[in-house]
Design a binder for this molecule. Structure first.
Ligand code: DHE
Length: 502
């Protein structure tokens, strides 16, 4: 039965079987099931409405078993109900397959649609310019809780939550702060950019810039926000005060080929945005110094020897350390715009999670590896790999702080995903390990502004932020959270601590 339905669905999708608008086949077919059960919340065009977009690009992070479970059982604490009582397994399977297949014509998201989605909740300058709470605004943490799509605001001194708010569906990438730490800009995977006033604990504006978005960057002068999309293939420039649309740039390379954006970054010392591209061997730089509305310069398109889509920048933002998909790495000097060195790396280095520190008078950079249990340590002058530290398994994040002797590494892509290891930043030896809760994923560390406490995410639905004393490594407390992923300290981010990402 299951197979027959799948076969019929395939025929329908291939356009070989013309089902009548509401005929018997159509009632059973996945398109009709979608119209009947999903369209009201997710949009007739699958682009999202009250619920998120349901396109292959939006679902690629969900494993098949997870998607099946959501269709069957729904999502707790959301409007998403389960359909197990109404649809049998075969229908649910055909619907899941159909959702993972793109519409016949690629969905567009035009300038008019971007403008149409724009909402201003509080005009710039209309809210009080002082915090509505007692906590040190520079030592706040934002914790992204992926379980039910919320953010918790933690007081980094008392290590207590002071506020919790609902966000758009599936935030990804670090929230980006304005230099004074007052405003936070967040991007959701299905294209929403939100501006939040952390001093008044309220959203001020939102806009949907695309259908599938990677992340945002905020210019150092606080005037501009750049978002990078994979669907459509665009970069979208917004005015930071109210998130209104300034310009959409199609991402088309020098030879006319389009590309998805991998990520956008603010290269503050260069007063420019940098865009990493997924499909073409180019990196783009958009200078924003002096940029006035309407006179946005054409991007500088730097040609690379290979597609590089995962970047680490040195502290001056002159050099990019980039990883290619085959595991190789290169150093690109942005000033002349050319490769200056190869990096000896293998597996799938996650340079984006790199950190730097001083060792024997030399600046070194270390980054985890998504495929291998090893941390590569690179000399930032010679670009040589000076050490490879074996770890428990492939990991995602590496974090430290200027005031702590250790780099904290996870192994979240391995069976030892419950254990963090501590690497001595001078000897480069693993000197300790911590297992906050056996069998449960522990990853992503961020420090309080003084580096005294390390906050670790227990990334489970009934998870927690586990706080450790960064010197004694004793657990100080647990703050319950719903699948906490990343956490972001205002001071460390706005001062560009070398122990965390920017
Ligand atoms: Fe991320 C940041 C890319 C999957 C959690 N992730 C980033 C950034 C990039 C990136 C380029 C830096 C942008 C920024 O901070 O503005 N991530 C990717 C991928 O390509 C990848 C492997 C697959 C994908 O489809 O996106 C991927 N990322 C994940 C996850 O599965 C994680 C663990 C959970 C999730 O929410 O999706 C995840 N990514 C994060 C986090 C950050 C991040 C928490 C910010 C780290 C920080 O401390 O700043």
């Amino acid at each position: 039965m299951n197979r027959l339905l799948r076969w019929l669905a395939a025929l329908l999708l291939a356009g070989l079987c013309q089902a009548p608008a509401f005929g018997a086949e159509d009632v059973a077919g996945p398109a009709a099931l979608y119209r009947q059960h999903c369209a009201a919340c997710h949009g007739a065009d699958r682009l999202g409405a009250m619920g998120p977009a349901l396109l292959p690009e939006s679902l690629e992070r969900l494993r098949p078993a997870e998607l099946a479970a959501v269709l069957r059982e729904g999502r707790p604490a959301t409007q998403m109900q389960g359909f197990a009582g109404e649809l049998d397994d075969a229908r649910l399977a055909s619907l899941a397959d159909w959702l993972r297949t793109g519409p016949a014509t690629a969905p567009a998201w035009t300038d008019a649609e971007i403008r149409g989605s724009h909402v201003v909740y509080h005009a710039a300058g209309s809210l009080p310019a002082s915090p509505v709470f007692q906590a040190d605004p520079a030592n706040l943490f934002l914790v992204v809780e992926a379980g039910s799509h919320h953010v918790s605001v933690l007081d980094g001194d008392r290590l207590e939550p002071i506020h919790r708010f609902r966000t758009r569906f599936a935030l990804h990438g670090g929230p980006k702060f304005s230099q004074d730490g007052r405003y936070v800009f967040m991007a959701s995977r299905d294209g929403w950019v939100s501006k939040y006033d952390l001093w008044n604990l309220t959203f001020t504006a939102e806009i949907r810039v695309g259908l599938n978005t990677r992340n945002v960057a905020v210019s150092d002068d606080g005037k501009w926000v750049l978002a990078g999309n994979t669907l459509p293939r665009t970069l979208v420039l917004l005015r930071a005060d109210d998130l209104s649309l300034a310009k959409v740039l199609d991402v088309t390379g020098r030879d006319g080929q389009g590309s998805r954006v991998s990520a956008v970054y603010d290269a503050a010392p260069r007063h420019s945005f940098i865009a990493a591209l997924k499909d073409i061997a180019e990196v783009w730089e958009i200078p924003y110094a002096g940029m006035a509305s309407g006179t946005i310069p054409e991007p500088r398109k730097i040609v690379l020897a290979d597609v590089l889509d995962d970047f680490y920048f040195d502290q001056s933002y002159r050099h990019i350390l980039g990883a290619s998909r085959d595991g190789g790495g290169q150093v690109v000097d942005l000033t002349p715009g050319r490769k200056v060195a190869d990096l000896a790396l293998s597996g799938m280095p996650h340079l984006g999670s790199g950190i730097t520190w001083m060792r024997d008078g030399h600046e070194v950079m270390a980054s985890p590896n998504l495929r291998q249990g090893r941390i590569s340590v690179i000399d930032m002058q010679s670009w040589q790999t000076i050490a490879t530290v074996p770890t428990n398994g492939p990991g995602f994040f590496l974090r430290s702080h200027e005031n702590t002797p250790y780099a904290w590494a996870d192994a979240m892509m391995s069976p030892k995903r419950d254990t963090l290891q501590l690497i001595d930043k001078q000897t480069l030896a693993v000197v300790g390990s911590l297992t906050p809760s056996p069998g449960r994923t522990a990853a992503h560390v961020e420090f309080t502004r003084d580096g005294r406490y390390a906050l670790v995410s227990l990334m489970e639905r009934d998870g927690a932020i586990v706080v450790y004393d960064a010197r004694t490594l004793r657990e100080v407390k647990r703050i319950p959270m719903d699948k906490p992923i990343g956490k972001y300290n205002v001071f460390n981010k706005t001062t560009r601590s070398s122990g965390t990402s920017h």
